[in-house]
Design a binder for this molecule. Structure first.
Ligand SMILES: [Cu+2]
Length: 425
């Protein structure tokens, strides 16, 4: 319904000569381009023009109308498989969470249509972009909410800035972001870089509270989350990052979760070259192996992948590389449980005493004991040497000599004599 209030808002904006978000006219919005869920984008061959790769995600298609780049976001409920064995009822954009990555170039004129297929109103905020206030997408403050079934349009010129930005709702944020509504908005510089990037990845960090046996995230949880995701996937469901030895690699991290995440890379050091606030001059960059990605920010890191191998890349908060687990349990490490086990088994058939020597047995136990429905074991994944005992925010950086494809090359073949080994006592 076109209300009097909407009319006044758009009318005032037009007379002031500013650009304000407005309802799209019938037939104006481009067709919805809906990439398939969980299908990684096609990776170019090594050495080909890099574009941003969103592991386990996709890039947003667009069309050009009279020189304006048009995109169409559809806010809607989506089902997301976090890893084999767990599918979560989320909200997202165009069939996925995070929504497809938007890529534009500094100076572009863009028109972003937003159709609301959620059961409540929404809006879209363009995090970090210096655009006219009326395009900022804050419900109640800069626009009325986009009501159920409506299509609105945002239109602006990408300002004199480039880097990694984000989009997310600014309406019932606590719920809509807890359900997975977020995506990358990447602005490429107009002038080509001095040192070209060979591989460019974008990874959105998020946390979720999906109680064991349930399917829908709990938006009321404030600190006690149990799922930690890279692009809404957990290890071993996370796509590996495949690069060629010598490649200049950029990873763009975004964090719209409720925790800060120190993301750590093995075998290499990277430099933070940009944040969502701007580029960092070379003199201000320093090497580190762990970048803290605070809540509500992006961090672009760059490094030369000069060390072949299978390198862990993960959050260093050790509970963030686990899946759902109980935290309010008795600490049984080093407790002698012999005898107790039999007694408890008479009351609870099948009871297993655990945790005397540590938690490592959890992965094998989970493989043999069914847990609650739709609930992943707290630790998962197997490598060529056995259980990896991880979950959550963990993936593998695969650095390989002379590869001609970015398809998963399998596990690393270690040169003879370069692997740690057992020796006689
Ligand atoms: Cu973390």
């Amino acid at each position: 319904m076109f209300t009097r209030r909407h009319f006044l808002v758009t009318g005032a904006a037009a007379s002031a000569g500013t650009f304000l978000v407005r309802r799209a006219q019938a037939g104006e919005a481009p067709p919805i381009m809906r990439p398939k869920m969980n299908v990684p984008r096609q990776h170019g061959a090594p050495g080909s023009m890099p574009s941003v790769v969103t592991p386990n995600g996709t890039t947003m298609p667009h069309r050009v109308v009279d020189g304006v780049k048009e995109f169409h976001l559809v806010a809607e409920p989506v089902e997301r498989e976090f890893a084999d064995g767990m599918t979560v009822k989320c909200w997202g954009y165009n069939g996925q969470t995070p929504g497809p990555t938007i890529e534009v170039v500094q100076g572009d004129r863009v028109r972003l249509f937003v159709t609301n297929r959620l059961p409540e109103h929404t809006s879209v905020h363009w995090h970090g972009l210096f655009i006219p206030c009326g395009m900022d997408g804050v419900t109640g403050l800069t626009q009325p909410g986009i009501q159920v079934g409506e299509t609105w349009v945002y239109e602006f010129t990408i300002p004199d800035q480039h880097g990694t930005f984000m989009y997310h709702p600014h309406a019932d944020e606590m719920t809509q972001m807890a359900f997975g509504m977020m995506g990358f908005f990447i602005v490429h510089p107009k002038e080509p870089r001095e040192k070209p990037i060979d591989r460019d990845f974008a990874i959105m960090l998020h946390n979720w509270a999906v109680h064991p046996g349930t399917y829908r995230p709990d938006p009321a949880v404030m600190v006690d989350f149990n799922m930690w995701t890279f692009n809404s996937r957990v290890f071993p469901g996370t796509e590996h990052l495949v690069v060629r030895t010598g490649d200049r690699v950029r990873v763009r991290f975004g964090n719209l979760s409720m925790w800060n995440h120190p993301i750590h890379v093995h075998g290499h050091a990277w430099k933070v070259v940009a944040t969502d606030g701007g580029q960092i001059a070379e003199a201000g960059q320093w090497p580190e192996t762990t970048v803290l990605v605070p809540v509500g920010t992006t961090r672009d890191v760059e490094f030369i992948a000069d060390n072949p191998g299978d390198w862990a890349l993960h959050c260093h908060m050790s509970h963030h590389t686990m899946n759902a687990m109980a935290h309010d349990v008795t600490n049984t490490v080093a407790v002698d449980q012999s005898g107790v086990e039999q007694k408890i088994r008479s009351l609870l058939p099948g009871y297993m005493a655990m945790g005397r020597s540590g938690m490592e047995e959890m992965q094998d136990m989970a493989a043999n004991m069914p847990g609650p429905a739709n609930t992943l074991p707290m630790m998962m994944g197997e490598g060529q040497f056995g259980n990896i005992e991880m979950g959550g925010m963990f993936t593998v950086l695969k650095v390989r000599d002379g590869i001609t494809s970015h398809e998963d090359p399998g596990w690393y073949r270690f040169p003879r004599g370069t692997v740690a080994r057992q020796v006689d006592g």
